[in-house]
Structure formats: C-alpha cells, structure tokens
Design a protein around this ligand. Structure first.
Ligand code: UT7
Length: 318
C-alpha cells in the first residue's frame, strides 16, 4: 500500500495558553513545561464534516486524483456532527466520490491508523484499490472547560491521505485494544432520557486520568513500534520518520528515548495544534509532506494511542 496524496485543514481561531488561563487556574508556563503545547485551534464556524471535506479535497488535489476513482472512504472521528448519516457519507456527497463505499470508524486517537489498517485489509482481499482516509475532530465541543487537567490539551482539525493498493510497497501493522482499561479516558454520548429511563451519572465531556494515560502511552507505544519493526524485519536506524499521535511532547520524548532513536526523527506540531485526536497523525503527515521534509522513498512509522484503550503502529515506505 502506498500514500499518493495528503491534505489537512485547521480552524482559523487560535486560542493561546494565556487565553486558557483566563478560564481555568493554569499558566502558559505550566502547559508548556508539562505538555509542549503553546496554542491550539478551536472550531468556531468549522464543523467535523466541513473540515473532513476540506482535508479530503486537499488530499485528492495533492495526489491529482479524480474523486470518482476512490472506492473506499473512511472517516475516523469520535466527534461527529451527527449520529447518522455517518460523516464519511457526508464527505462522499460533498466531494463526489460516488463510486466509494463510505463509513465512519471510532478508535479515538488511534482512529486514523486503524482506518488505514482497515483499508489495507480490504486491499489485501482485492476488494478495493484506492481509499480516502480522513481523521477529523472538533474535540473542543466535548471539552469540560472547567477541568484544567484536560481542557489545556486538545484542539480541532482534520487530516487526510489517499492510499492505493500496491503489492510492491509493503505495509506492516500491529493494532491492539484493552477494553478493561477503558475508564481512564472517556466521553459519554449525549442522550436525551426517554420517559422510562432515569438520568444516569454520565460524563458527557472528556474525562481523563492523565497520569494513567501517560503511563499507558510511554509503555505501549515503544512496545508496539518494536513489534512492528520486528515484523517488518527492519531496524529503527532504517526509519526516516516516526510520526506519532501528538498528545504530549514528554510522551514523544520518552518514546524516542526508549527506542534509542534521536528525537529529531520524531516530527512534532503539537505546540501549535494541541492534541487533535484522530486528526493528529494525518495533519502531521501532510505538513511533513508539504514542507518537503518527507520524501518519496522515506521509510516511516506511524503510531497512534488513546481511548479504548487502543494503540498500534504501522511501517511503510512513503
Ligand atoms: O490522546 C491521549 C490523550 N491524553 C493524553 O495523552 C494525556 C496524557 N497525560 C498527560 O499528558 C499528563 O498527565 C497531563 C499533562 C494531563 C498532566 O501532567 P502531569 O505531569 O501528569 O500532572 P499531574 O496530573 O501529576 O498533576 C500535577 C499537579 C497537580 O497538582 P498537585 O496535586 O500536585 O497540587 C494538578 O492538580 O498539577 C496540577 N495541574 C495543573 N496545574 C496547573 C493539573 N493540570 C494543571 C494545569 N495547570 N492545567
């Protein structure tokens, strides 16, 4: 499988750490030191769907790909605008990918990676040949803006990649989930109670045990990257770029250290966007591609981790 186009879009509104410290008791210094985040983009006029459409359009343009040639369209999000129809169908309608089957996937911050893996599985069966994979989120609408331990972290945005089946281009992945640890990072669905049910004790905003998520990430991410490198029979020295989910600079630093890889090979853009969940890997991929730092023939590792718990890694040649 190979990537033949990338695209991304961020909301226009920038919210700085200083602005966040007007809402909750925190400081620019604390947020920078503990996370590496300086600012994030927050959707005002944009929606998950509008950003998914725009990121998808840009990925098609980048690869000079006709929308009708897409036969699989997956949008990964935990913040859809509607429960139905699914976001991918809305994107299909807007972009004119009329030959595609379109559906949504939710694996939180691992969502884009899991959607890529899904496309690869379909390609391997020979069912589809060209897919548009999008990660799009408006996390801001699920944030508890009174909770300083979580509201500082997240941002909105969307990223996309067009991938194509290619037997000459190996794609190796591992993916995992552990539902027993699901309670450490949650966001319950908004629900109007029906006349027979009682309002439960739901957490309809993002709730997180930050330290537990941190510990999980620094343990499982290096583990699954090593797993994928072993499966690919390749050493970490041969990997040009490690494109990780952008959650926290300290997590990325710790992963690099555990793998004994120079941090310079771990591109980071979370300083400006915060954690955009399923959108973070494709936004980073697109930025690295557009800036010319990611070159054809580069070997890359993608790794996502988040609620579920879910985590995984994939290795491919760009
Ligand atoms: O996609 C995956 C999504 N989630 C993540 O990746 C999150 C992973 N976890 C983290 O990134 C970190 O755990 C956080 C950034 C959320 C928190 O950093 P930490 O170094 O683990 O802080 P902590 O939770 O241990 O809290 C240390 C102190 C506490 O005060 P006391 O009890 O020591 O007095 C907190 O109340 O920092 C306090 N604190 C804050 N202070 C200022 C927590 N949040 C803030 C804040 N500003 N925003």
């Amino acid at each position: 499988m190979k990537i033949i186009g990338t695209g991304s879009i961020l909301p226009k509104k920038i919210v700085t750490n200083d602005e966040i410290s007007e809402i909750v008791e925190t400081s620019d210094e604390w947020i920078r030191e503990r996370t590496g985040i300086l600012e994030r983009r927050i959707a005002v006029d944009e929606t998950t769907t509008s950003m998914a459409v725009e990121a998808g359009r840009k990925a098609l343009e980048n690869g000079r790909i006709a929308p009708e040639s897409i036969d699989l369209l997956i949008v990964s999000t935990f913040t859809p605008d509607r429960s139905m129809p699914n976001t991918a169908c809305a994107v299909q309608g807007e972009l004119g990918c009329r030959c595609a089957v379109a559906f949504e996937m939710n694996a939180a911050c691992s969502g884009f990676l899991f959607a890529l893996n899904t496309a690869f599985a379909y390609f391997s069966l020979g069912m589809y040949k060209r897919a548009l994979i999008i990660g799009a989120e408006t996390v801001s609408k699920t944030i508890d803006w009174t909770d300083r331990s979580s509201c500082i972290l997240f941002g909105d945005g969307a990223g996309a990649a067009v991938v194509e089946a290619d037997k000459e281009m190996p794609y190796i992945f591992v993916q995992h989930s552990d539902g027993e640890k699901g309670d450490v990072l949650t966001c319950d669905c908004h629900r109007e109670d029906n006349r027979w049910s009682l309002a439960g004790n739901r957490k309809e905003k993002v709730w997180m045990d930050g330290q537990e998520v941190f510990k999980f990430a620094v343990r499982k991410v290096p583990e699954c990257i090593e797993e994928v490198l072993t499966a690919a029979k390749i050493s970490s020295d041969e990997i040009d770029w490690f494109l990780l989910h952008q959650a926290n600079q300290r997590i990325i630093r710790s992963v690099a250290k555990r793998l004994c890889v120079d941090e310079k090979r771990f591109p980071v853009n979370l300083a400006h966007y915060g954690n955009t969940s399923a959108a973070s890997i494709p936004i980073l991929l697109d930025e690295w591609n557009q800036s010319g730092q990611l070159k054809r023939g580069n070997k890359i590792v993608l790794s996502g981790f988040g609620a579920g718990l879910t985590w995984g890694a994939a290795m491919m040649t760009f």
